[in-house]
Design a binder for this molecule. Structure first.
Ligand SMILES: [Zn+2]
Length: 286
């Protein structure tokens, strides 16, 4: 799933590629992808792209005051083409959910792999009309997101830091991958309770959050859309690396699995050497 750094890079990429272009077509490959009824997608046609921005993990194309907003969800992606195929996309079983064309024959497809269709698009007059955007917490890279603000957020929540970092209504843009990375850098257990962190742990977590995201944004920025997924994977220290070696200490990267996700961590770096309980694998570790 693309998170803040990849979505920011996609926004920058689109802003650069669509500068001065006019939308000439919006086609739906799936009726389910569009979550709004008015204005219709055709309201975008003929409009210039005035800007591209990011809100959490949402991308927002401002087309003459009408916004095309989308969220790529877990398996969605954006595929840019300098020369789009002439064939008109029609709703059916295509992995292409939405196609946008511009007046220089370029455009992009939003694609979604797998059977769980979660990719969501919205055509709205105000971005605040997208429910997932109006409920977003603060952006962790914003200037206003100071250590004091973050400490206040942590103190208010008696919940595990892993869940807090991923909760879009608390902090916008961080998902499963970067929360693993941030906690590894901060040397904190994913199950530590946010409200119970001491001042020194709060400082470590704040620094890890800001630096990890800023570094990932810098790495992703300027890369074409098609390279971002591999670049994200390559930059991970522990996320998605179960069984590999921790780059900090040489211990093995461990995993805790849940019904529909898993987290990765290093016991030596993060949990005082004690592996976290994991229902699925504990029987094999005896
Ligand atoms: Zn380690």
């Amino acid at each position: 799933m693309p998170e803040l750094p990849e979505v920011q890079a996609l926004a920058d990429f689109l802003a650069q590629r669509t500068d001065g272009l006019v939308v000439t077509g919006v086609e739906l490959g799936s009726f389910h992808v569009l979550k709004t009824f008015t204005p219709p997608p055709d309201a975008l046609v003929g409009a210039p792209v005035d800007g591209v921005s990011r809100h959490g993990k949402f991308l927002d194309l401002d087309c003459g005051g009408t916004h095309l907003v989308f969220h790529l969800a877990r398996a969605g992606w954006l595929r840019w083409s300098d020369a789009m195929p002439a064939t008109v996309l029609r709703p059916g079983k295509s992995p292409i959910a939405l196609r946008v064309r511009f007046d220089d024959a370029s455009g992009f497809d939003l694609t979604e792999a797998g059977t769980q269709k979660r990719l969501a698009a919205y055509v709205v007059n105000r971005v605040e009309d997208v429910p997932g955007i109006v409920s977003l917490g603060p952006d962790p890279l914003a200037d206003e997101f100071t250590q004091e603000v973050f400490a206040g957020i942590l103190a208010e929540h008696r919940m595990q830091v892993k869940g807090l970092l991923r909760d879009q209504s608390i902090i916008a843009g961080v998902g499963n991958a970067y929360s693993d990375e941030v906690l590894h850098v901060a040397k904190l257990s994913p199950f530590a309770i946010a409200a119970k962190l001491d001042a020194e742990q709060v400082t470590r977590l704040y620094t890890a959050l800001r630096e990890t995201l800023a570094h990932a944004v810098a790495t992703a920025s300027g890369k074409p859309a098609k390279e971002l997924k591999d670049a994200k994977r390559a930059g991970m220290r522990v996320h998605g690396r179960t069984g590999e070696t921790c780059p900090e200490c040489g211990d093995v990267v461990r995993e805790v699995s849940f019904a529909d996700s898993s987290l990765q961590y290093c016991a030596t770096c993060q949990t005082g050497g004690k592996p976290l309980a994991d229902r699925r694998t504990s029987k094999f570790l005896k």
